[in-house]
Design a protein around this ligand. Sequence first.
Ligand code: GLU
Length: 319
Amino acid sequence: MPNTTQPVRGRFAPSPSGRMHLGNIFCAIICWLSARSAGGSLVLRIEDLDTLRCTKQNAAVLIDDLRWLGLDWDEGPDIGGPNFPYYQSDRFDIYAEKLAMLEEKGLVYPCFCSRAEIHAANAPHFSDGSVVYAGTCRHLSAEELAEKSKKRAPALRLVVPDREYHYVDGHYGPGGENLAQNCGDFILRRSDGVYAYQLCVIVDDILMGVNQVVRGRDLLGSIPRQNYLYELLGAPTPQYFHIPMLVAPDGRRLSKREADLDLGELRSRYPSPEVIIGRLAHRCGLLEREEPISAQELLPLFDWSKLSKEDIVIRPGDF
Ligand code: GLU
């Protein structure tokens, strides 16, 4: 059960795979408003597991962009804190240790299946292209294991139970799924040795004492897997608040492809962030009238009940 008696402790967990865009800013602002309006604290953690795309240089720009927006945090890579380090790329030893704990429980196994094999052999296919992994490698014999190990490095998967994991999202309400039937054993470490997002985010949120998670609703479907990991690691689950996505008129979610909406472009167009924040706040339901406003001024107006549940359409020329 979420622990709601403690003071709120939120986090920004951006991935510096390029310049932030409008959708990332929206998420950072709501995350900050939610924690600060409850008198809570915030951690900035840089999610740079993909060390090829996520550079320290991008992270430095990202931190500067967050500051430009008028946001602040109590711990982070630029200011330090008791939960150091704040770059996931500096935390691999910690992930290895937690993975070993799960291995000791007998819940982790090597999987040699390629992506193509998994898609060919497993049904059903979901609309996002993912499949339920049928557990092909779960019961390999010692000989099969030795044979397959000669050909390729394995990923590591976590055995999931045949059980429903229900949750109540603070914004979107109840949901849930049966992990074995709707998700399947999922990856904790990829075959190239990179630790998976699902493992790292939970390990870090636990160690950093995070009890409020605010992020895009594209991650709503991760809650059952993540709550299972909380259970295995013996920690209380946080309160989740998912937020609507910013989408293009055709419904496609805004991404780093819309380079005209990245913060480099926006900062050259707007000398200060108030117009951007005011327009976003109006579009998402927090401000009745569109007017320039700072994050600080928006703080007393913040209320989860005002925030739209519908995705927010951004048309060309809106910003
Ligand atoms: N690092 C993830 C992202 O940038 C966010 C993960 C999370 O909030 O759980 O999409």
